[in-house]
Design a protein around this ligand. Structure first.
Ligand code: FAD
Ligand code: MG
Length: 321
């Protein structure tokens, strides 16, 4: 390792998540500009504050269409398209249920069944009307709420990558808390690639199942162990099943997607989590540009294929299927 290969890490808390930027130049100013870019996006997209472009749409639900900026309109169009795919359990109108459960936020609780059922009636993605001509978004029923929590971090990670590229940066990594996007490789490593830890569910923060090595790719993980609460011996995690209104439970602990763009990774982690291993593998067979690593409750680590990454298993509790 030469002195030029030193890695500099910058951190912040944004999007309710720990954010980490790695550069190979000591450049505090550039790091500050990256964090400002993330902050600007948070201000546009958040549903955790009373005002944002997305909240202005939610506030006008059942009343009137709201004109938004081009990038927000395009992101909403992507979220809607993923939500109306046949059989999709990705649903960007899940907002009323997310707000009611408050999983990962202060004041979480298990809502009564009748309340869940009433809120489910407000989560039909076909009830979101997009108008390209004036870039307006209309939620047809009062009480509907868009939530971009399953797509926005991926979108923002790609914006950071594009910004760093424009600034002439060749090697860098941005981690938005489970959403990693990389430029180039890691100049400080022998392999010349970025090693991204696959976290061991329900273990200490540094405990890993294994390491995923990539160059210039995105690595996004969605898991049941990230945001959850426990009540009467049962765990309730933050990925909700839009059919039942309860946390989406199947054989999976996590899904990781390796792809060029992080927005794709973010959409697919949620889509594939909903499909489960068997359907997910079949779905990916026709999509070589998207690769996934499924971690199951019975300790299996299953990759769809491994063209864009290498994986090294580290934990003996898990085995590669
Ligand atoms: P993913 O698995 O990709 O998505 C899960 C999230 O998507 C859930 O948390 C929920 O919001 C939503 N969701 C649940 N079920 C579904 C479904 N079936 N289909 C589609 N979406 C679903 N966290 C804080 O604690 N405080 C904050 O102030 C805060 N502000 C944020 C602002 C922005 C702009 C963004 C993007 C995130 C913010 N977050 C905040 C984090 C946010 O609440 C989610 O926890 C986070 O986006 C989940 O990302 P993930 O990649 O872990 O999960
Ligand atoms: Mg996601």
């Amino acid at each position: 390792m030469s002195p030029d290969d030193r890695v500099y890490a910058y951190s912040a808390v944004l999007l309710g998540s720990p954010i980490l930027l790695k550069l190979f130049d000591h450049n505090q100013t550039l790091a500050a500009r990256v964090f400002r870019l993330i902050k600007q996006q948070e201000i546009l997209l958040t549903v955790n504050r009373p005002h944002s472009e997305v909240m202005s749409i939610n506030h006008a639900a059942g009343e009137s269409p709201v004109v938004v900026s081009q990038p927000v309109f395009e992101l909403i169009a992507r979220a809607r398209a993923a939500s109306v795919l046949p059989g999709s359990l990705f649903n960007f109108t899940i907002g009323p249920l997310v707000k009611r459960w408050k999983i990962g936020f202060h004041g979480n609780s298990v809502p009564p069944l009748a309340e869940i059922q009433a809120l489910l009636a407000l989560t039909n993605p076909h009830h979101v009307i997009l108008n390209d001509r004036d870039r307006s978004v209309f939620l047809q029923k009062s009480g509907m709420e868009i939530d971009l929590g399953a797509i926005a971090k991926g979108y923002i990670a790609d914006l950071v990558r594009d910004f760093l590229r424009q600034e002439g940066v060749e090697d860098a990594l941005i981690n938005l808390g489970g959403n990693v996007q990389t430029l180039g490789g890691a100049a400080d490593s022998e392999s010349g690639s970025w090693g991204i830890g696959l976290k061991k569910p329900f273990a200490g923060p540094d405990e890993l199942i294994g390491v995923i090595n990539v160059r210039g790719k995105s690595v996004v993980t969605s898991g049941v162990y990230e945001r959850y609460f426990e009540l009467a011996g049962k765990r309730y995690h933050h990925i909700l099943d839009p059919r039942s209104g309860y946390p989406l439970d199947n054989e999976l602990l996590s899904v990781t997607v390796i792809s060029a763009d992080s927005i794709e990774g973010d959409i697919y982690t949620t889509l594939l989590y909903g499909m489960g291993v068997e359907k997910g593998l079949a779905y990916l067979a026709a999509r070589p540009e998207i690769e996934a690593i499924f971690v199951t409750r019975d300790g299996q680590v299953i990759s769809s294929s491994a063209r864009q990454f290498t994986f090294t298993l580290l934990d003996e509790d898990f085995h590669q299927a």
